[in-house]
Design a protein around this ligand. Structure first.
Ligand code: SAM
Length: 324
């Protein structure tokens, strides 16, 4: 019996398993990471194609079944099974990752792989169809979102195969797709918290103009807090050059981290614009003038390319406006 809660849908179509392995472009010297090997249908083909398979499986019963399946075969010395949750496992070195994963871990797993070092050649992963389409969505596509921008910033992604429900046992409720993720080398040098904080704000309402998003009270007050914290930090750093107050710097640093954490909840609420309140703050003018200068005021996140996001972020940063 299979565990629905562990996303156990076993690939039963051997032609599809072959197609996945073939698309992966495995070479005989490859060390392959497999996530969620289950009963080992994909594992077997991976062992035939590469040098070594490291398989991470959560369910101890599956681990046993897998070991039994390959015991005493020519593959047994080339298979290493790690029992555990892949999200909590320190991943070993691998050249390529091939996996039919439980869909509930799609997002955290994708980011774990994107930040894995040293970078691997590519990952060939089965996702729920909609998640896959979000990963590959381009500016202007319906599903273009924060996930698309973030993933494509760190990797080249492409859609490889559409996979219907009936290729699995038991069949899942949704259709699937196989996607190829190839980390960009070298990895972009941007501060990830800063980049993600910025993208998150731009996509609060992806079809609203950036002008109206950046006039929202909560957005402005968050950015202004960051701005003031940074200024205070720089101020106290200057003082500490003459031998003062390192403690103060540490404390301010921590505060700015906490503000970052508190941000998400606020951001999900429908927000007032800070306009029409009489006093238009100097800080607001600063933000708006950056948008105007780059002609971003009337643009919408749903249509912006990665390059445009980068341009806008660096313009904000130059003006001393930060997102983390
Ligand atoms: N690879 C097999 C196949 O294609 O037939 C099985 C795929 S099944 C969709 C997902 C597998 O991942 C199951 O064997 C499940 O026990 C395992 N699994 C679920 N959560 C996991 C986690 N957090 N870490 C590692 N494996 C997990």
């Amino acid at each position: 019996t299979f565990h629905k809660s562990k996303g156990q849908h076993i690939l039963k179509n051997p032609l599809l398993v072959d197609a996945i392995v073939q698309k992966a472009g495995i070479i005989p010297t490859d060390t392959i990471l497999e996530i969620g090997p289950g009963t080992g249908n994909l594992t077997k083909k991976l062992l035939e194609a590469g040098k070594m398979v490291i398989a991470v499986e959560l369910d101890p019963r599956m681990v046993l079944e897998l070991q039994r399946r390959f015991q005493g075969t020519r593959f047994s010395s080339r298979l290493k099974v790690i029992q555990g949750d892949v999200l909590k496992t320190d991943l070993p070195y691998f050249d390529i990752c091939v996996a039919n994963i439980p869909y509930q871990i799609s997002s955290p797993l994708t980011f774990k792989l994107l930040f894995h070092q040293p970078a691997f050649r590519c990952a060939i992963i089965m996702f729920q169809r909609e998640f896959a389409m979000r990963l590959v969505a381009q500016p202007g596509d319906n599903l273009y979102c924060r996930l698309s921008v973030n993933t494509q910033f760190y990797a080249r992604v492409s859609h490889l195969l559409k996979v219907g429900k009936n290729n699995f046992r038991p069949p899942p409720k949704v259709d699937s797709s196989v996607v190829r993720i190839e980390p960009r080398k070298p990895r972009p040098e941007v501060n990830h918290k800063e980049w993600d904080g910025f993208i998150r704000i731009c996509f609060i309402r992806k079809n609203k103009t950036l002008g109206s998003i950046f006039k929202q009270k909560n957005v402005l007050s968050l950015l202004e807090k960051n701005y003031k914290t940074l200024q205070a930090l720089q101020g106290s750093q200057n003082v500490s050059l003459s031998g003062n107050d390192d403690m103060e710097i540490a404390r301010l640093g921590n505060e700015s981290m906490e503000m970052d954490d508190g941000m998400d909840d606020d951001m999900d609420m429908e927000c007032d614009e800070a306009e029409g309140e009489g006093e238009v703050s100097e800080f607001k003018n600063k933000v708006i003038s950056v948008l105007k200068e780059g002609k971003f005021e009337e643009q919408r996140a749903s249509k912006l390319s990665q390059e445009s996001f980068l341009t806008l972020l660096s313009m904000f940063n130059k003006a001393g406006i930060h997102f983390s």
